[in-house]
Write a protein that binds this ligand. Structure first.
Ligand SMILES: [Zn+2]
Length: 154
């Protein structure tokens, strides 16, 4: 596995994650309510990316829904936020301000803790996958006692 470049952004750092691939971690203690970073990426037509997923052209791993017609694809022009893993009991959440998603700490976070949010991948449901396919294709290994077994929102 190729290590991602280490980029200093104050509170956060990309490292290898025990959950999956690379993850974003706290470099130092983070107070509750801190705005950490923007979730950057290309603005993409929602229908187009759902079609691309149905045709196997993308797995939508870095897609965040913005509104009815547009999603943000962190795979294109994304930043460190795209490395954040899903967790069923996350320590961060996303707030949209002027149509721009920002990651906030929803609790006090200790140094070296992995930063996570609940992907709530409802857009995947638009590709008509069955609940078995959800767990096979988009499994969750977050380790939370309330883990729902898939990244996709029910
Ligand atoms: Zn989980």
């Amino acid at each position: 596995m190729v290590l991602p470049p280490v980029i200093d952004r104050g509170f956060t750092q990309v490292r290898i994650s025990p959950i999956h691939g690379s993850g974003l971690f706290a470099k130092k203690k983070i107070p509750k309510g801190t705005r950490l970073l923007e979730y950057e990426g290309a603005r993409v037509d929602r229908k187009q990316i759902v079609n691309d997923a149905i045709n196997g052209l993308t797995n939508m791993m870095y897609v965040m829904g913005l509104n009815e017609t547009t999603v943000i694809d962190g795979e294109r022009n994304g930043n460190d936020a795209r490395f954040m893993n899903h967790h069923c009991s996350p320590n961060c959440e996303v707030y949209f301000i002027n149509d721009t998603p920002f990651i906030y700490a929803m609790e006090e976070i200790e140094e070296d803790e992995e930063l996570t949010f609940d992907y709530q991948l409802s857009i995947i449901a638009e590709t008509q996958v069955t609940s078995l396919q959800k767990k096979e294709r988009f499994p969750c290994n977050c380790g939370s006692p309330v883990c729902r077994g898939t990244l996709i929102a029910e």
